[in-house]
Design a binder for this molecule. Sequence first.
Ligand code: ADE
Length: 231
Amino acid sequence: MRFDILSVLPELLESPFNHSILKRAQQKGLLEVHVHGLREYATGKHRQVDDYAFGGGAGMVMKVEPIAAGIEDLQKQRSYDEVIYTSPDGVRLDQALCNQLSLRQNILLLCGHYKGVDERIREKYVTLEVSIGDYVLSGGELAAAVLVDAVGRLIPGVLNDETSALFDSFQDDLLAPPVYTRPAEWRGLKVPDILLSGNDKWIDAWRLEQSLERTRIRRPDLYEKYLKGHV
Ligand code: ADE
């Protein structure tokens, strides 16, 4: 799977993909992430990428031409399954959307900045707008990094233990159960006996029960969804 990211601040995206799981995914050839500076596609002495908003008001708007040039240059080299614009106006990113996106081959991500992009870019090129939550970031780069991370780890073969993503929080509309490692007792706090029992059936049953209880208390919305799917 390949991500191309168009951004006015490519430096912001230098590090997030070069560690741990995503680094390994790239080394294994399962994932490619290419970051492209939008200014490279801007013309004129100042390579201007933003301008004042028609109609007035505070804040700058990202210009049409550099973005169009960037997208069209990349589209000449391959076809994209999705052109995603990261914006607080988009559909909320959740695990179901990450699962769907992990099945795509090529995704082009456009990071918003300032007051956002000229609306004509959204009309002409963008196939999906994605928000990572109901708050406003200073730019779309961190949202793009979140999306690449959450989707990239779902590509088959990326996680060492192929089954481990199946037990993530949200994968079954449930939060994950508590986990423990050594020591079995720390400052008087003991790991639940059942986890030391060696009985896989009991452990699975305990984990499911804990997941259900945690979800019921912390995320009643998810719990309802789970119950509806398991009648
Ligand atoms: N850009 C600014 N805020 C954002 C958000 N919450 N999600 C995605 N992109 C954004």
